[in-house]
Structure formats: structure tokens, C-alpha cells
Write a protein that binds this ligand. Structure first.
Ligand SMILES: C[S@@+](CC[C@H](N)C(=O)[O-])C[C@H]1O[C@@H](n2cnc3c(N)ncnc32)[C@H](O)[C@@H]1O
Length: 270
């Protein structure tokens, strides 16, 4: 089957980056799920599950009496998720190879849905919200982590090439039909398909090169500069400047990186 790629790519390095990304965001995610009351026996859909890093955690939480459906378009990501679940002997995860823009999630009556960094890549967030609503029971919860202001991606002291990089990342997602700041629209999109907002909050971190969280921008900049080259969007010179700015930031003990602002939404299906 042909691989269904997207703007960030589905290559092995990107799979490893998504694993690292899940590791640094994991405490924030676990806290969100706890606040939403995700528990043993629940049926949860991981919408745009990627290689399944959150799927594995959800499967542990819901346990053998619960169920996780990992819905994802990329065959490479799904294969990685399947292998990881098999490696852990998990039998409570189902996989669905699907394009969220064209197909339904194929389930109804689920207790919850987890959707992280997916709405920013789809051509119709309304369609995505409707598919999620259709999969949940009344009272079921949809949980989102999406960017609401990508421009907070900034370095102090200022690094002009890295500021240009953040703008280029946003432009590349928009060219591919997505919207990086889609979080801004969620509080209006969700009620339109029958959800009531339960909790809304922001997540933003100030990170230094000495923090483990630093590996998140480090891997994203390293891999995405190559991806932007591959997409034909930037020159070798441009990429070199971004890499140099990042190396200088990393070597500068005054450096503070502000993460792109994430909006967390927990909404209840009416
Ligand atoms: C940045 S990754 C996030 C993966 C995962 N949610 C996580 O947090 O690790 C975005 C994911 O959305 C998936 N995706 C984007 N558009 C999709 C679509 N139309 N249908 C299904 N999956 C899609 C991509 O294949 C990718 O796995």
C-alpha cells in the first residue's frame, strides 16, 4: 500500500521524534486524562494516533476491560503502533487505517476521544469534530491538545533565523491545507457539533538547554529544517543559518526557549 504522508513526514526519524515529544509532554497529558476521569474499563479513541505513543499509555490506563481504537492515516505509523502493542502483549487496542476527512471512525458509544496535534493538519476541522462527536456516547468526553498561538515559539536572546523558521513552519502547514493556530477555533467549533466545553486551559513552558524538554525543540528544528528543504520551501543557506542559530542558542547559558502555546480543551458530548 502506498504510504499516506503528511506535511511533517512519516519517516523513521519522525517516528523517533514523536516518541521523544510524547515523553516530554507525557506528564501534562496524563494530568489532562486524569482530570477528564479516564479510567479502567473506558473505551477511548486515539484520533490521528500517529505511531501510537499515547495509545500505549491509554491502553495501560483502560486495562483489559477497556478498549482503545487507534485511528490513523499513515500505514507506517500504524505498523509501528501495532508492533509496539504486540511487544507489550496488549490485546485491548484496535487499529483503524483511515483518512479522517473521508471516513467515519467506525465506532459509536465510546466514552472518550483523545486528539493531539491533528486538527492543525486537516483540511476541515469541522469534519474532524463531527467524526469525533459521532463516535462518542452522550456524556462522552473529547480531549484536545492543539496549538492556539504557534508564534510563542521564541528564543531569548532573540534568534532571527529561528523566528523565520517558526514562520516557515506555520506557512508550510497552511500550504498543506492545515491551520497551526486551530486551537483558537476549537471553543466555537465544538458547540456547533453538540459539545459543551467542560475545561479549557493553556500550556506553555520556558525551557533552557539544560532541561530535558530542550530535546523537543532540538529534534523538531533538526528534522524539520531537512523536511522544509525536502519540500523545496527553503534554500541550503537558509537551513544552515537556522542550524547555526540553534547551535548558538544551545551553547548560550542565557538561553530560554518559549514553547508554542497549546490549548487544552475537554468537552462533553450532549
Ligand atoms: C503531529 S502527528 C500527532 C500524532 C499523535 N496524535 C501524537 O500526538 O503523537 C499528526 C498525526 O495526524 C495524522 N493525520 C493527519 N491528517 C490525517 C487525516 N486526514 N486522517 C488521519 N490521520 C491524519 C498524521 O498521519 C499524524 O499521525
Amino acid at each position: 500500500m502506498t504510504e499516506r504522508d503528511y506535511v511533517l513526514g512519516t519517516h523513521d526519524e519522525e517516528i523517533a521524534r514523536l516518541g521523544l515529544q510524547h515523553r516530554v509532554w507525557r506528564p501534562t497529558v496524563l494530568e489532562c486524562w486524569k482530570r477528564a476521569g479516564i479510567a479502567r474499563g473506558n473505551k477511548v479513541v486515539d484520533v490521528g494516533a500517529g505511531p501510537g505513543f499515547a495509545t500505549l499509555d491509554l491502553a495501560d490506563i483502560v486495562g483489559p476491560t477497556g478498549e482503545v481504537l487507534a485511528a490513523e492515516r499513515s500505514e507506517r505509523f500504524l505498523e509501528t503502533a501495532k508492533k509496539a502493542c504486540a511487544g507489550r502483549g496488549l490485546s485491548n487496542v484496535r487499529f483503524r487505517s483511515m483518512d479522517l476527512m473521508n471516513e467515519s471512525l467506525g465506532v459509536t458509544g465510546f466514552d472518550a476521544a483523545w486528539c493531539r496535534w491533528v486538527a492543525c493538519f486537516v483540511s476541515s476541522p469541522q469534519t474532524l469534530m463531527q467524526k469525533i462527536a459521532d463516535a462518542l456516547r452522550p456524556g462522552g468526553l473529547a480531549m484536545f491538545h492543539e496549538y492556539s498561538n504557534y508564534s510563542t515559539f521564541q528564543f531569548t536572546p532573540r534568534r532571527p533565523a529561528l523566528e523565520r523558521f517558526a514562520l516557515e513552519v506555520m506557512a508550510s502547514w497552511r500550504t498543506a491545507g492545515g491551520e497551526p493556530n486551530i486551537g483558537l477555533d476549537l471553543p466555537a467549533l465544538l458547540p456547533a457539533v453538540g459539545f459543551r466545553l467542560r475545561q479549557v486551559r493553556h500550556h506553555v513552558f520556558a525551557v533552557t538547554p539544560r532541561d530535558e524538554f530542550w530535546q523537543w525543540p532540538a529534534s523538531f528544528v533538526g528534522i524539520n529544517v531537512d523536511r522544509l528543504r525536502e519540500l523545496g520551501r527553503v534554500s541550503a543557506d537558509w537551513a544552515g543559518q537556522v542550524r547555526r542559530d540553534f547551535q548558538e542558542a544551545e551553547a548560550d547559558e542565557r538561553t530560554v526557549f518559549t514553547t508554542p502555546l497549546v490549548l487544552e480543551v475537554i468537552a462533553e458530548r450532549q
